[in-house]
Design a protein around this ligand. Structure first.
Ligand code: GDP
Length: 300
């Protein structure tokens, strides 16, 4: 993935050096850990996450599992792989569907994070899997947001619930609440509620998202984060966790060439799993997130 290209290259160099050695001395381990630490920091992975990660790798690499291994360097790579999977959330987590439909999925995140695009991607993906999703335009902040969702809905071939002029305009909580009744009535089995974002974390926006959350009682609240926002990712994620208590994370713009390490820290810092990854502007550039596959891509 372009976002992690540089990190991948740096780690590959580190491991290439390591493989030239037979038994590893504590100095070899420390040198390797130092290089990994620098590569992660340069990729914008959050400092606390890096410290924790390198601490665990170092402890394990100095222990018996490496000392007694037939191929110590390979064993260190394996440890880095396992710890990377752990940072990324461990086991893959899929959407929790409601026992009794509709399953309600709310999207939250900053403006430009890719929520509206994601709403279309997710709806299309669900529709392919025989679900009947309904997109809900509860972002009434941005002038074109409702229309943008309608365009995305028609591209995805799914229905969109949007406020009628004069009915609920300006009141996203009412739109969201009414959409659920509509979905039950029309038997849509998944409701995806798009909400407003701002360019930065903002108290009004957060309150609105929290009010929508309270009104619709979602089964999932997905925090959508642009992998390119760099160091701000961690603070933004913490603010949204406090404000709306999201249940999962979606990383977007993984196709970009900015350093994506900060976004990689989000699962670890919030304890919430990354559930999907978005890798382009087309509605098909979307995939479920698997921590082990992502770790392999980074280490390949
Ligand atoms: P919102 O404000 O959170 O609803 O964000 P939008 O869905 O409007 O997306 C903002 C911009 O990012 C749009 O131009 C999208 O086409 C673009 N975008 C969304 N997801 C991705 C992605 O995964 N990769 C790339 N390259 N662009 C994306």
């Amino acid at each position: 993935m372009a976002t992690f290209g540089n990190l991948s290259d740096r780690l590959a160099d580190t491991f290439r050096n390591l493989r030239t050695k037979g038994k590893l001395s504590p100095a070899d381990v420390d040198g390797t850990v130092r290089e990994i630490r620098r590569a992660l920091l340069d990729a914008d992975v959050a400092l606390d996450v890096v410290k924790d990660f390198t601490g665990k790798v170092r402890e394990r690499a100095l222990g018996d599992e490496v000392n007694k291994a037939l191929n110590p360097a390979q064993q260190v790579v394996q440890i880095v792989n396992e710890e990377l999977i752990a940072i990324l959330g461990g086991e893959a987590r899929r959407i929790n569907f409601a026992k009794k439909p509709p399953t309600i999925i709310m999207l939250a995140g900053l403006q430009g994070a890719g929520k509206t695009t994601l709403a279309g991607k997710l709806a299309k993906w669900l529709a392919k899997d025989n679900h009947t999703p309904l997109l809900v335009a509860a972002d009434l902040q941005r002038p074109n947001a409702v229309q943008q969702l309608q365009v995305v809905g028609s591209q995805a071939g799914v229905a969109v619930y949007a406020p009628e002029p004069g009915n609920g305009v300006g009141n996203p909580v009412k739109v969201a609440r009414d959409s659920i009744k509509w979905a039950v009535d029309k038997q849509y089995d998944v409701v995806i509620v798009d909400t407003a974002g701002r360019l930065g974390v903002d108290a009004d926006m957060m309150k609105q998202a929290a009010d929508i959350r309270k009104a619709v009682q979602p089964d999932e609240v997905l925090f959508v984060i642009d992998a390119m926002i760099g160091q701000d990712a961690v603070a933004t994620a913490k603010a949204f966790q406090e404000g709306v208590d999201f249940t999962g994370v979606v990383l977007t713009k993984l196709d970009g060439d900015a350093r994506g390490g900060a976004a990689l820290s989000v699962a670890s810092v919030t304890g919430r799993p990354i559930i999907f990854a978005s890798t382009g502007e087309s509605l098909d550039d979307f995939e479920p997130f698997y921590p082990d596959r992502m770790a392999s891509r980074i280490l390949d």
